[in-house]
Design a protein around this ligand. Structure first.
Ligand SMILES: [Zn+2]
Ligand SMILES: [Zn+2]
Length: 81
């Protein structure tokens, strides 16, 4: 019974990963935590992109590739919602 419960938890936890920001762990939403995909292919929430991209480029929080587009001009990835 106990092992069953933990297996279910792991499965739903893995599924959830695709819909949460890899930096702050928040669920993607349509506004403050809107998913933004960088040019390297990694996706983070609007809130974290704004934190990372205070300059003219946005450095990826995972692979450190710079996306040479100001954070404000990057658009939402609606497929993630
Ligand atoms: Zn985030
Ligand atoms: Zn990246």
């Amino acid at each position: 019974m106990l092992s069953n419960a933990s297996r279910v938890f792991q499965t739903s936890d893995k599924l959830k990963e695709n819909f949460t920001c890899g930096i702050c762990g928040e669920n993607y939403t349509n506004d403050k935590f809107a998913p933004i995909t960088l040019h390297c292919g990694h996706t983070f929430c609007r809130n974290c992109i704004d934190q990372l991209g205070k300059d003219k480029h946005v450095p990826c929080g995972v692979c450190f590739t710079n996306t040479w587009t100001p954070a404000k001009k990057l658009t939402k990835n609606y497929q993630m919602l």
